[in-house]
Design a protein around this ligand. Structure first.
Ligand SMILES: *Cc1c(COP(=O)(O)O)cnc(C)c1O
Length: 473
């Protein structure tokens, strides 16, 4: 055995020690960044050296340079956007992934990665209750999962009309109609844009009081052009409220018109793992493509998303590639045939490790725990003087507002006050929540995705909110 170069070893030792110490100190560290862009630039944006530096010194300096500019999203008191933490086996597997440096492009470039990925795909379909014949892709996130699902949809809809979109593009193709509720995530529109479908072509349909696409509106819109190719986006977990469209009712309507039904389930698809919450996903297996994330609710490292497609031929036709220098396998799955990427990170190892660590029960408990904590945080902050609940969580997302205490305050004052309280909470360093505009009003989003969030964290963040409301009044 050849010993690792001492500087190489010392760089890894140093990274290991700093990683442990970072995780051990999360409880005492501000969950918001404490330095601004100028302060960070002053440290980091130095001229690139000519001669380079020893690897271990680089790591020591990097750790010092980023200190104060990291956000506590690895820990249990972070509730901004929709960001997960990292379960231990996934973090450790991710370290190995970098050491192994496998290119998960083909079976030939890493046989183990290909087989682990096959296995992960089967496990995930099983957890989500998707058809076992569905094909899948491990991509960088839900954004690229949308691109993957919609590329397959575009292929299938146009192939049925004798149009080879891979060869001819969309120039002269029958126009595809795109229908969705008006509360979709913007990543869907970007996928539509990238695929040449044009986001101005997305037709907005109304939602009911529960934020669910109104079935009558979908039927009426489809009936306007019954023979046109159509993509219908349904949501499994709205970004602000966690609302689910009613698949069981909506998919049959879409199918009547031969539409392709794509699901944005970035985090919401994971409710399928929970006995208490899987009822939200009734009928989910009837859809055509599904997009979700690993780096949110499964708590694997960035970046990791999953796409599934019921019509595996359409999926493969839309993305597969052949080139003279590639070696294609006959006994296993070449990842490149199913992904928009060419060379890729072997992100299946971390996913495999997370699922193995948690098991079915662990995934269910992770989901239920986050939902229960989201409910406590929203309801307990909402009970405070100077706060009100806008959306009581049904899963792991909820909304709170902080009305201005000023007499005769206007809606604009309430909006400003809400933003001021959100900023004041961040300033305590005790908790991190983000803001949003929901039904025309500013609100604080409570999004709980981290496996580490505990009862003690809930107490701490409620106390921080109480303090922030008082200091802002
Ligand atoms: C986060 C999110 C996305 C985008 O996912 P990425 O993993 O960031 O690409 C899409 N839809 C919803 C509902 C999301 O929460």
């Amino acid at each position: 055995m050849k010993k690792l170069d001492p500087v190489f070893r010392s760089a890894l030792d140093s990274a290991y020690a700093h990683a442990i110490s970072y995780l051990e100190n999360l409880d005492e560290t501000s969950v918001a960044a404490t330095l601004d862009a100028d302060a960070l630039r002053a440290r980091i944006a130095t001229p690139l050296s000519h001669d380079g530096l020893p690897a271990d010194q680089v790591i020591e300096e990097l750790v010092r340079e980023v200190d104060g500019g990291l956000i506590g999203s690895a820990g249990g008191r972070f509730f901004g956007w929709v960001i997960g933490g990292v379960v231990p086996a996934a973090l450790a597997a991710d370290w190995l992934t970098s050491a192994w440096q496998q290119n998960a492009a083909l079976y030939a470039t890493s046989p183990a990665a290909a087989i682990v990925e096959e296995t992960v795909g089967d496990w995930l379909k099983d957890i989500f209750g998707l058809p076992q014949h569905a094909s899948f892709a491990l991509v960088t996130g839900c954004q690229m999962a949308h691109v993957t699902g919609l590329a397959a949809g575009r292929h299938a809809l146009l192939a049925k009309r004798d149009w080879d979109v891979e060869a001819k593009g969309l120039f002269g193709a029958p126009p595809i109609r795109i229908l969705s509720s008006n509360v979709r995530h913007a990543s869907f529109e970007r996928a539509v844009r990238v695929l040449g479908l044009g986001h101005a072509n997305v037709i907005d349909l109304p939602v009911d009081a529960e934020n669910r696409l109104v079935p009558r509106a979908l039927a009426a819109e489809l009936a306007k052009a019954p023979d046109a190719p159509a993509i219908v986006l349904l949501q499994a977990g709205d970004i602000n409220t966690g609302a689910y469209d009613e698949f069981e009712t909506l998919v049959p309507i879409a199918k009547e018109y031969g539409a392709w039904v794509h699901v944005d389930g970035a985090f919401g698809l994971w409710a399928a793992a929970s006995e208490r919450r899987k009822h939200f996903l009734k009928g989910i297996e009837l859809c055509d493509s599904w997009a979700t994330d690993g780096h949110k609710w499964l708590n694997v490292p960035f970046d990791c998303g999953f796409a599934f497609v019921a019509d595996s031929d359409a999926h493969r036709a839309s993305l597969s590639v052949r080139a003279s220098y590639l070696t294609h396998a006959s006994t296993a799955r070449d990842e490149m045939d199913w992904n928009p990427e060419w060379s890729r990170r072997s992100r299946m190892f971390a996913t495999y490790a997370a699922l193995k660590q948690l098991g079915r029960r662990g995934v269910a408990e992770l989901v239920d725990r986050c939902c229960d904590h989201a409910h406590s945080i929203v309801m307990r902050i909402g009970e405070l003087e100077g706060a009100e609940v806008l959306w009581e969580p049904t899963i792991n997302q909820g909304l709170v507002r902080f009305p201005s205490p000023a007499p005769s305050a206007t809606d604009a004052d309430h909006d400003r006050h809400t933003d001021a309280v959100i900023a004041a909470i961040q300033k305590t360093g005790e908790a991190f929540f983000g803001g949003t505009t929901w039904r025309g009003r500013r609100a604080m989003r409570v999004s709980v995705c981290n496996w580490q969030t505990s009862e003690a964290d809930v107490e701490r963040v409620v106390a921080a909110a109480r303090k922030a409301i008082l200091s802002s009044s």
